[in-house]
Design a protein around this ligand. Sequence first.
Ligand code: LLP
Length: 419
Amino acid sequence: MTPLPRHLLPDTAAVGPAGQLMIGGCDTLELARKYGTPLFVYDETHLRARCREAVAVFGDGAIYAAKAFLCTAMARLANEEGMRLDVATGGEMHVALRAGVPASDLVFHGNNKSVVELEAAVEAGVGRIVVDSFEEIDRLEAIGKPASVLMRITPGVEAHTHEYVATGHDDTKFGFTVSTGAARDAAERLMRSSVLELEGVHAHIGSQVFRAESHAEALAVVADFAAPLGVAEVCIGGGLGVAYVAGEAAPTITEWGQSLRRAAARAGLDAKLSAEPGRAIVAAAAITLYTAGTIKQIPGVRTYVAVDGGMSDNPRPVLYGSGYETFLPRAVGAARTREIRLVGKHCESGDMLVREGLVPEDLALDDIISTPVTGAYGHSMGSNYNKIRRPAVVFVADGQARLVVRRETFDDLMLTDVG
Ligand code: LLP
């Protein structure tokens, strides 16, 4: 029944003269009017602060996992703040290069990189390719050009997160398994390779992990594996969890980094420690603004509030059962006493944004309604289902808003339709 907890809002969030939510000195209701809804609003100061935090603990081992949210403005921002970029496909690599990020600052990931993608990566001169399989070693050796690689291992550590985003246990499609000896065989092969330079060992045990100890345990296994190889770098991947709803709390990037540093020291690691946070950099930096449309009250059952977006701009509730909060930006500090279910405008019942939401009692048609902590894996996993146009994205700072991704048009929906 309480107001929205402050820690779920971006760093520069403040309450304006009329009780409305301000971010980066901009009135969120005016942003909705100017740019339309649904709209992703990112606090640029918050984004920069999280990048700096990562660089402060990991130095040039700080790598932004671009899959969490990627557009040229974001790629540039992370790189300006000193982060390298993890790109997981040819498409992500393309956007990062277009943004002007030097190829040498890119770390190329993926469990099934195609020959075309690998050729493009080698040709561009990406800093590191993280090899994931024996097939990939074959492909790179066939390309025959020198490349610096990390090898991804599966350390056999449970990450305590949703099954779909856990990757550290043995039963996974990612990486070389330590327990079966595949990792050792791959390392031997890479050490012998005349074209590939084994620079390091990588592991990523999963995403939205709240226990920093899970990463520390994985790091111990990775460090142990890496030690006899004498490699220069050990990368622990990403996965630091963030708080999405009231009552949740997560370690900060600094706390996470320090716990990893301690684990590295315990393991006697003398290689460079690197990490690839994605969600922890961008998730809480953004909110999504929607317009409330149909309000369907079913006496004795519940109230459905339908907005102008849905699973196409945030598929996480549908995919992982993820929880979010709701609030009204016009009254950000108001008590939330009315129970609602926030749903989208897609043609299926599962199209849900917030299963059990709370809003102020006076919620009305055409109100701007918001979900916080939507900066990670919302826009990046967005779709055009039902031919819905993907939302615009604005960055706000110091009283200025800049459009960094424009809203799609109906004609954009036809761009690839050559029928
Ligand atoms: N490094 C690697 C190799 C990864 O696979 C990932 C995420 C990361 C870093 C960044 O993880 P983060 O710090 O963002 O947790 N769509 C899901 C998350 C999928 C994560 C995939 N890999 C979600 O919305 O929860």
